[in-house]
Design a binder for this molecule. Structure first.
Ligand SMILES: Nc1nc(=O)c2c([nH]1)NC[C@@H]1CN(c3ccc(C(=O)N[C@@H](CCC(=O)O)C(=O)O)cc3)C=[N+]21
Length: 296
């Protein structure tokens, strides 16, 4: 069998177009465009690339983008002061503080300072708790985008066994919550799991979010299973001095066995940015007292 390729890039482009189509009626009702503030502390080159693509996508969707670039030596208090100002700014619907932060800053304290209503990353404990108990929440973008791709590929997920590899607060745990909400049987596996290949072989759905390049091998995959590869690992490329991007799954091996699989790049990554805009539009509607935009 050769897996169907799940085209996250195309799905994300479609989602961004649907979002852009909803912006004019929001503007008409409120007199302003939804606004996303992105805060970058320091000059990490990968973070700069992500922040640039977020800005571009935000503007293309007709939303307002506020970029705040602070030097690496910015104090925690200065960052908290900026977050407080963004919380108070009515033109800002979403606040994203790019991670990782420099080591002298306590990221938990910063995330806790973001107004949960503007927490478009869904990282605040209030949103994590709301997701866990099934209340209206802002849901972390990478798991949300992964779920959208799964539902597009499989339709109803009810009763399927999903194995999530990785237990981070940003991906693994919220992914498991979303799959549980869809009535999957969910196993959360991680670096200490005994017989990880044996556990993964039980899965109808594999979500790989461990952050280790090409760790999941083809002979771990049940024939026909759907594989969502969340990993983004930069490794040495074919030519010396060049790098390339690979996922947490050994792509060629897994694609030979799976029913469907996301590539890296072009899979989950573009969905993360599209879902950030989706969350910004949703947050803007809720803050304005409007009902959630439908069909997103
Ligand atoms: N507060 C916060 N929220 C985040 O959502 C967040 C963050 N911090 N810190 C960094 C990670 C990483 N991240 C990605 C977003 C898009 C792609 C993406 O579009 N990737 C493309 C390729 C990009 C490339 O070529 O480098 C793809 O997979 O096709 C990747 C990674 C969001 N992050």
């Amino acid at each position: 069998m050769t897996a169907r390729i799940i085209d996250g890039k195309a799905f994300a482009a479609g989602l961004r177009a649907r979002l852009a189509a909803r912006v004019p009626s929001f503007v008409e009702k409120t007199g302003r465009a939804p606004g996303l503030a992105v805060v970058l502390v320091g000059e990490d080159p990968a973070s700069q690339v992500y922040v640039r693509s977020k800005h571009k996508a935000t503007v293309e969707a007709g939303m307002q983008s506020f970029e705040h670039r602070l030097p690496a030596e910015t104090s925690q208090q200065a960052l908290l002061d900026l977050v407080a100002a963004l919380n108070a700014d009515d033109s800002v619907d979403g606040i994203l503080v790019q991670l990782p932060l420099p080591p002298h800053i306590d990221d938990k304290a910063v995330l806790a300072a973001i107004d949960p209503a503007k927490d478009v990353d869904g990282f605040h404990v209030v949103n994590a708790g709301r997701l866990a108990v099934g209340e209206e929440a802002l849901v972390p973008c990478t798991p949300l985008g992964s779920l959208m791709l799964l539902q597009d590929a499989l339709g109803d997920l009810s009763g399927l066994h999903a194995v999530v590899i990785g237990r981070s607060n940003i991906v693994g745990k919220p992914m498991a919550q979303l799959l549980l909400q869809q009535s999957c049987t969910v196993t959360i596996a991680h670096s200490r799991t005994k017989d990880l290949p044996g556990i993964v072989r039980l899965a109808d759905i594999v979500v790989a979010a461990v952050g280790r390049a090409e760790m999941v091998r083809g002979d771990w995959i049940k024939p026909g299973a759907t594989v969502i590869d969340v990993g983004i690992n930069r490794v040495p490329g074919a030519e010396p001095g060049k790098t390339k991007l690979v996922g947490d799954c050994a792509y060629d091996e897994c694609a030979a066995v799976a029913g469907a699989i996301t590539p890296v790049p072009g899979g989950v990554g573009p969905m993360t940015i599209a879902c950030l805009l989706r969350n910004t539009l949703v947050a803007a509607h809720r803050r304005a007292g409007l009902s959630d935009p439908e069909g997103l």
